[in-house]
Design a binder for this molecule. Structure first.
Ligand code: PBG
Length: 324
Protein backbone atom coordinates (compact mmCIF):
# COMPACT_ATOMS: atom_id res chain seq x y z
CA UNK A 1 0.00 0.00 0.00
CA UNK A 2 1.10 3.57 -0.69
CA UNK A 3 3.62 4.91 0.26
CA UNK A 4 5.35 1.54 0.81
CA UNK A 5 4.43 0.52 -2.70
CA UNK A 6 5.16 2.99 -5.41
CA UNK A 7 4.62 1.38 -8.78
CA UNK A 8 6.42 4.21 -10.49
CA UNK A 9 9.69 3.11 -8.87
CA UNK A 10 10.35 0.54 -11.57
CA UNK A 11 9.50 2.92 -14.36
CA UNK A 12 11.92 5.69 -13.74
CA UNK A 13 14.62 4.89 -16.28
CA UNK A 14 14.78 3.01 -19.50
CA UNK A 15 17.27 0.35 -18.42
CA UNK A 16 15.01 -0.49 -15.48
CA UNK A 17 11.93 -0.61 -17.69
CA UNK A 18 13.86 -2.91 -20.00
CA UNK A 19 14.80 -5.12 -17.06
CA UNK A 20 11.25 -5.73 -15.88
CA UNK A 21 9.57 -5.95 -19.29
CA UNK A 22 7.28 -9.01 -19.43
CA UNK A 23 6.93 -9.41 -23.17
CA UNK A 24 9.29 -8.59 -25.96
CA UNK A 25 9.32 -9.23 -29.66
CA UNK A 26 11.90 -11.47 -31.27
CA UNK A 27 12.56 -12.03 -34.99
CA UNK A 28 11.65 -15.71 -34.58
CA UNK A 29 8.13 -14.74 -33.50
CA UNK A 30 7.21 -13.66 -36.96
CA UNK A 31 5.72 -15.14 -40.09
CA UNK A 32 6.02 -12.91 -43.15
CA UNK A 33 3.06 -13.18 -45.54
CA UNK A 34 4.10 -12.99 -49.21
CA UNK A 35 1.95 -12.33 -52.28
CA UNK A 36 3.18 -14.10 -55.40
CA UNK A 37 2.52 -13.05 -58.96
CA UNK A 38 3.43 -14.59 -62.33
CA UNK A 39 6.24 -13.13 -64.41
CA UNK A 40 9.84 -12.10 -63.98
CA UNK A 41 11.30 -9.28 -61.97
CA UNK A 42 7.85 -8.08 -60.89
CA UNK A 43 7.29 -5.95 -57.83
CA UNK A 44 3.76 -4.62 -58.10
CA UNK A 45 2.57 -2.14 -55.47
CA UNK A 46 -0.75 -2.90 -53.77
CA UNK A 47 -2.55 0.40 -53.60
CA UNK A 48 -4.45 -0.24 -50.37
CA UNK A 49 -1.33 -1.67 -48.67
CA UNK A 50 1.28 1.08 -48.97
CA UNK A 51 4.80 -0.36 -48.91
CA UNK A 52 3.64 -3.91 -49.70
CA UNK A 53 4.01 -5.66 -53.04
CA UNK A 54 3.18 -8.68 -55.12
CA UNK A 55 6.42 -10.33 -56.13
CA UNK A 56 7.34 -12.67 -58.95
CA UNK A 57 9.12 -15.86 -57.92
CA UNK A 58 12.62 -14.50 -58.60
CA UNK A 59 11.91 -11.57 -56.29
CA UNK A 60 10.23 -13.81 -53.73
CA UNK A 61 13.48 -15.76 -53.50
CA UNK A 62 15.43 -12.55 -52.89
CA UNK A 63 12.89 -11.44 -50.31
CA UNK A 64 13.10 -14.78 -48.53
CA UNK A 65 16.90 -14.47 -48.33
CA UNK A 66 16.57 -10.98 -46.94
CA UNK A 67 13.97 -12.10 -44.35
CA UNK A 68 16.21 -14.99 -43.37
CA UNK A 69 19.19 -12.70 -42.87
CA UNK A 70 17.07 -10.66 -40.46
CA UNK A 71 16.11 -13.73 -38.47
CA UNK A 72 12.58 -14.11 -39.86
CA UNK A 73 12.40 -17.84 -40.47
CA UNK A 74 8.84 -18.47 -41.69
CA UNK A 75 6.85 -17.30 -44.66
CA UNK A 76 3.17 -17.64 -45.53
CA UNK A 77 2.42 -17.84 -49.25
CA UNK A 78 -0.56 -16.48 -51.16
CA UNK A 79 -0.76 -16.66 -54.97
CA UNK A 80 -2.38 -14.01 -57.18
CA UNK A 81 -3.99 -16.27 -59.73
CA UNK A 82 -4.62 -15.23 -63.30
CA UNK A 83 -8.33 -14.61 -64.02
CA UNK A 84 -8.37 -17.09 -66.86
CA UNK A 85 -7.30 -19.88 -64.51
CA UNK A 86 -10.20 -19.29 -62.11
CA UNK A 87 -13.24 -21.56 -62.03
CA UNK A 88 -15.78 -22.81 -59.50
CA UNK A 89 -13.92 -26.00 -58.64
CA UNK A 90 -10.43 -24.85 -57.74
CA UNK A 91 -8.92 -26.92 -60.53
CA UNK A 92 -5.86 -24.69 -60.80
CA UNK A 93 -5.29 -25.10 -57.06
CA UNK A 94 -4.33 -28.71 -57.74
CA UNK A 95 -2.00 -27.98 -60.64
CA UNK A 96 1.39 -29.45 -59.67
CA UNK A 97 3.02 -26.69 -61.75
CA UNK A 98 0.75 -23.92 -60.45
CA UNK A 99 2.12 -20.65 -59.14
CA UNK A 100 2.17 -21.58 -55.47
CA UNK A 101 3.56 -25.07 -56.13
CA UNK A 102 6.37 -23.58 -58.22
CA UNK A 103 7.10 -21.00 -55.55
CA UNK A 104 7.26 -23.57 -52.78
CA UNK A 105 9.76 -25.65 -54.79
CA UNK A 106 11.92 -22.67 -55.64
CA UNK A 107 12.05 -21.42 -52.06
CA UNK A 108 12.84 -24.92 -50.87
CA UNK A 109 15.78 -25.04 -53.26
CA UNK A 110 17.17 -21.63 -52.52
CA UNK A 111 16.52 -21.40 -48.78
CA UNK A 112 15.89 -24.95 -47.55
CA UNK A 113 15.94 -24.13 -43.86
CA UNK A 114 13.13 -21.60 -43.90
CA UNK A 115 9.67 -22.81 -42.82
CA UNK A 116 7.31 -22.62 -45.76
CA UNK A 117 3.65 -22.25 -44.86
CA UNK A 118 1.15 -22.32 -47.69
CA UNK A 119 -2.37 -20.96 -47.66
CA UNK A 120 -5.05 -23.53 -48.36
CA UNK A 121 -8.35 -22.01 -49.51
CA UNK A 122 -10.12 -21.64 -52.82
CA UNK A 123 -10.73 -17.88 -52.92
CA UNK A 124 -7.69 -16.97 -55.06
CA UNK A 125 -8.85 -19.62 -57.56
CA UNK A 126 -12.58 -18.97 -57.45
CA UNK A 127 -14.47 -17.04 -60.12
CA UNK A 128 -16.78 -16.08 -57.24
CA UNK A 129 -14.06 -14.97 -54.84
CA UNK A 130 -15.36 -17.40 -52.23
CA UNK A 131 -13.41 -19.95 -50.22
CA UNK A 132 -15.43 -22.91 -51.42
CA UNK A 133 -17.25 -24.53 -54.30
CA UNK A 134 -20.59 -22.92 -55.02
CA UNK A 135 -23.93 -24.36 -56.00
CA UNK A 136 -27.04 -22.19 -56.20
CA UNK A 137 -25.32 -19.41 -54.28
CA UNK A 138 -24.41 -21.74 -51.41
CA UNK A 139 -20.88 -22.62 -50.39
CA UNK A 140 -20.71 -26.42 -50.32
CA UNK A 141 -18.89 -27.71 -47.27
CA UNK A 142 -17.97 -31.35 -47.85
CA UNK A 143 -17.26 -31.00 -51.58
CA UNK A 144 -14.93 -28.13 -50.76
CA UNK A 145 -13.13 -30.21 -48.14
CA UNK A 146 -12.20 -32.81 -50.74
CA UNK A 147 -10.51 -30.20 -52.90
CA UNK A 148 -8.81 -28.55 -49.91
CA UNK A 149 -7.32 -31.90 -48.88
CA UNK A 150 -5.97 -32.48 -52.41
CA UNK A 151 -4.66 -28.94 -52.47
CA UNK A 152 -2.87 -29.43 -49.17
CA UNK A 153 -1.38 -32.67 -50.50
CA UNK A 154 -0.16 -30.89 -53.61
CA UNK A 155 1.55 -28.25 -51.44
CA UNK A 156 3.11 -30.95 -49.28
CA UNK A 157 4.43 -32.71 -52.38
CA UNK A 158 5.96 -29.43 -53.53
CA UNK A 159 7.76 -29.10 -50.21
CA UNK A 160 5.52 -27.07 -47.90
CA UNK A 161 6.40 -27.63 -44.25
CA UNK A 162 3.02 -26.48 -42.99
CA UNK A 163 -0.30 -26.07 -44.75
CA UNK A 164 -2.63 -23.37 -43.51
CA UNK A 165 -6.34 -23.85 -44.20
CA UNK A 166 -7.95 -20.41 -44.00
CA UNK A 167 -11.38 -21.29 -45.36
CA UNK A 168 -13.44 -22.15 -42.23
CA UNK A 169 -15.26 -25.15 -43.72
CA UNK A 170 -16.33 -27.65 -41.06
CA UNK A 171 -14.14 -30.74 -40.88
CA UNK A 172 -11.45 -29.54 -43.27
CA UNK A 173 -8.62 -30.19 -40.83
CA UNK A 174 -9.66 -33.84 -40.53
CA UNK A 175 -9.96 -34.17 -44.32
CA UNK A 176 -6.52 -32.66 -44.82
CA UNK A 177 -4.90 -34.68 -42.04
CA UNK A 178 -6.41 -37.91 -43.37
CA UNK A 179 -5.14 -37.35 -46.91
CA UNK A 180 -1.67 -36.32 -45.69
CA UNK A 181 -1.42 -39.44 -43.54
CA UNK A 182 -2.65 -41.70 -46.33
CA UNK A 183 0.04 -40.31 -48.59
CA UNK A 184 2.74 -40.64 -46.00
CA UNK A 185 3.23 -36.91 -45.39
CA UNK A 186 3.50 -37.62 -41.72
CA UNK A 187 5.53 -34.55 -40.89
CA UNK A 188 3.55 -31.92 -42.71
CA UNK A 189 2.12 -29.53 -40.15
CA UNK A 190 -1.32 -27.99 -40.19
CA UNK A 191 -1.75 -24.45 -38.98
CA UNK A 192 -5.47 -23.98 -39.10
CA UNK A 193 -7.36 -20.76 -38.85
CA UNK A 194 -9.28 -22.01 -35.84
CA UNK A 195 -11.09 -18.81 -35.18
CA UNK A 196 -11.37 -16.63 -38.23
CA UNK A 197 -13.96 -13.92 -38.07
CA UNK A 198 -15.95 -12.37 -40.90
CA UNK A 199 -14.17 -9.05 -40.54
CA UNK A 200 -14.12 -5.79 -42.41
CA UNK A 201 -10.35 -5.82 -42.04
CA UNK A 202 -9.63 -8.13 -45.00
CA UNK A 203 -10.34 -5.61 -47.76
CA UNK A 204 -6.74 -4.73 -48.70
CA UNK A 205 -5.82 -8.44 -48.86
CA UNK A 206 -8.66 -9.02 -51.32
CA UNK A 207 -7.26 -6.15 -53.40
CA UNK A 208 -3.84 -7.80 -53.30
CA UNK A 209 -5.20 -11.08 -54.65
CA UNK A 210 -8.10 -9.63 -56.60
CA UNK A 211 -10.34 -12.02 -54.68
CA UNK A 212 -13.29 -9.92 -53.53
CA UNK A 213 -16.45 -12.05 -53.21
CA UNK A 214 -18.52 -11.58 -56.36
CA UNK A 215 -21.78 -11.97 -54.46
CA UNK A 216 -22.79 -11.99 -50.81
CA UNK A 217 -20.30 -12.11 -47.99
CA UNK A 218 -18.37 -14.77 -46.07
CA UNK A 219 -20.64 -14.88 -43.03
CA UNK A 220 -21.93 -18.41 -43.67
CA UNK A 221 -18.45 -19.77 -43.04
CA UNK A 222 -16.33 -17.18 -41.24
CA UNK A 223 -17.39 -16.50 -37.66
CA UNK A 224 -19.59 -13.78 -36.23
CA UNK A 225 -17.35 -11.36 -34.33
CA UNK A 226 -20.01 -11.15 -31.60
CA UNK A 227 -19.30 -14.70 -30.45
CA UNK A 228 -16.74 -15.69 -27.87
CA UNK A 229 -17.71 -19.22 -26.80
CA UNK A 230 -18.24 -20.33 -30.36
CA UNK A 231 -14.69 -19.32 -31.19
CA UNK A 232 -13.40 -21.60 -28.45
CA UNK A 233 -15.38 -24.57 -29.78
CA UNK A 234 -14.16 -23.82 -33.31
CA UNK A 235 -10.56 -23.90 -32.09
CA UNK A 236 -11.14 -27.07 -30.09
CA UNK A 237 -12.62 -28.82 -33.13
CA UNK A 238 -9.53 -28.02 -35.20
CA UNK A 239 -7.19 -29.30 -32.51
CA UNK A 240 -9.25 -32.49 -32.14
CA UNK A 241 -9.10 -32.98 -35.90
CA UNK A 242 -5.31 -32.78 -35.93
CA UNK A 243 -4.21 -29.15 -36.19
CA UNK A 244 -0.68 -28.51 -34.86
CA UNK A 245 -0.94 -24.74 -34.60
CA UNK A 246 -4.04 -22.62 -34.25
CA UNK A 247 -4.40 -19.27 -35.92
CA UNK A 248 -6.69 -16.51 -34.73
CA UNK A 249 -7.52 -13.54 -36.92
CA UNK A 250 -7.76 -10.58 -37.07
CA UNK A 251 -5.46 -9.65 -34.17
CA UNK A 252 -6.53 -6.30 -32.81
CA UNK A 253 -10.21 -7.25 -32.53
CA UNK A 254 -9.58 -10.59 -30.82
CA UNK A 255 -7.20 -10.04 -27.92
CA UNK A 256 -9.70 -11.61 -25.52
CA UNK A 257 -9.99 -14.73 -27.63
CA UNK A 258 -6.23 -15.03 -28.03
CA UNK A 259 -5.89 -14.90 -24.28
CA UNK A 260 -8.59 -17.50 -23.68
CA UNK A 261 -7.08 -19.81 -26.31
CA UNK A 262 -3.67 -19.54 -24.69
CA UNK A 263 -5.08 -20.42 -21.28
CA UNK A 264 -7.27 -23.24 -22.58
CA UNK A 265 -5.18 -25.10 -25.14
CA UNK A 266 -1.66 -26.45 -25.25
CA UNK A 267 -0.88 -25.93 -28.91
CA UNK A 268 1.04 -22.90 -30.17
CA UNK A 269 -1.23 -19.94 -30.86
CA UNK A 270 -0.60 -17.90 -34.00
CA UNK A 271 -2.26 -14.58 -34.61
CA UNK A 272 -2.69 -12.85 -37.95
CA UNK A 273 -2.36 -9.09 -37.85
CA UNK A 274 -4.33 -8.75 -41.07
CA UNK A 275 -4.17 -6.42 -44.03
CA UNK A 276 -6.72 -3.95 -42.66
CA UNK A 277 -4.72 -3.59 -39.47
CA UNK A 278 -1.61 -2.91 -41.51
CA UNK A 279 -3.33 -0.41 -43.77
CA UNK A 280 -5.07 1.44 -40.94
CA UNK A 281 -1.75 1.99 -39.25
CA UNK A 282 -0.15 3.15 -42.51
CA UNK A 283 -3.09 5.49 -43.10
CA UNK A 284 -2.95 6.90 -39.59
CA UNK A 285 0.74 7.52 -40.01
CA UNK A 286 0.24 9.20 -43.37
CA UNK A 287 -2.31 11.52 -41.82
CA UNK A 288 0.11 12.31 -39.01
CA UNK A 289 -2.23 10.91 -36.33
CA UNK A 290 0.00 8.11 -35.04
CA UNK A 291 3.71 7.49 -34.79
CA UNK A 292 4.67 4.67 -37.15
CA UNK A 293 7.47 2.97 -35.27
CA UNK A 294 5.96 3.33 -31.83
CA UNK A 295 2.51 2.10 -32.76
CA UNK A 296 3.86 -0.74 -34.86
CA UNK A 297 5.77 -2.13 -31.88
CA UNK A 298 2.84 -1.49 -29.53
CA UNK A 299 0.34 -3.23 -31.81
CA UNK A 300 2.53 -6.34 -32.07
CA UNK A 301 3.61 -6.47 -28.44
CA UNK A 302 0.04 -6.45 -27.14
CA UNK A 303 -0.79 -9.37 -29.43
CA UNK A 304 2.05 -11.23 -27.79
CA UNK A 305 0.94 -10.11 -24.33
CA UNK A 306 -2.54 -11.45 -25.06
CA UNK A 307 -0.97 -14.87 -25.62
CA UNK A 308 0.29 -15.26 -29.17
CA UNK A 309 3.39 -17.39 -29.67
CA UNK A 310 3.53 -16.54 -33.34
CA UNK A 311 2.51 -13.43 -35.25
CA UNK A 312 1.85 -13.27 -38.97
CA UNK A 313 2.18 -9.65 -39.98
CA UNK A 314 2.97 -7.47 -42.97
CA UNK A 315 5.13 -5.51 -40.54
CA UNK A 316 7.47 -8.45 -39.87
CA UNK A 317 10.45 -6.90 -41.60
CA UNK A 318 9.91 -3.38 -40.32
CA UNK A 319 9.38 -4.68 -36.79
CA UNK A 320 12.54 -6.74 -36.82
CA UNK A 321 14.53 -3.83 -38.19
CA UNK A 322 13.23 -1.74 -35.29
CA UNK A 323 13.90 -4.22 -32.52
CA UNK A 324 17.36 -5.28 -33.57
C1 PBG B 1 -9.01 -16.11 -47.54
C2 PBG B 1 -8.07 -15.31 -46.73
C3 PBG B 1 -8.28 -13.98 -46.37
C4 PBG B 1 -7.18 -13.60 -45.63
C5 PBG B 1 -6.32 -14.68 -45.54
N1 PBG B 1 -6.90 -15.74 -46.23
C6 PBG B 1 -9.34 -13.05 -46.75
C7 PBG B 1 -10.74 -13.46 -46.67
O1 PBG B 1 -11.11 -14.31 -45.86
O2 PBG B 1 -11.50 -12.95 -47.47
C8 PBG B 1 -7.02 -12.24 -45.07
C9 PBG B 1 -5.67 -11.84 -44.65
C10 PBG B 1 -5.50 -10.37 -44.53
O3 PBG B 1 -6.47 -9.57 -44.59
O4 PBG B 1 -4.37 -9.97 -44.35
N2 PBG B 1 -8.89 -17.47 -47.48
Amino acid sequence: MFPLNRNRRLRNKESLRNLIREHRLHPHDFIAPLFITEGKNKKTPIESMPGYYRLSIDNIKKEVKSLWSLGIQSVLLFPKVDDKLKDNLGKEALNPHGLIQKTIKEIKNSCPDITIISDVALDPYSIHGHDGIIKENKILNDETNKVLAEMALSHAKSGADIVAPSDMMDGRVLSIRTVLEQNNFLETGIMSYGAKFASSLYGPFRDALDSKPGFGDKKTYQMDFSNFKESISEIKADIDEGADIIMIKPGITNLDIINEAKNTFNVPIAVYQVSGEYSMIKAGVKMGYVNHNEFLIESLTVIKRAGANIIATYFAKEAVELIS
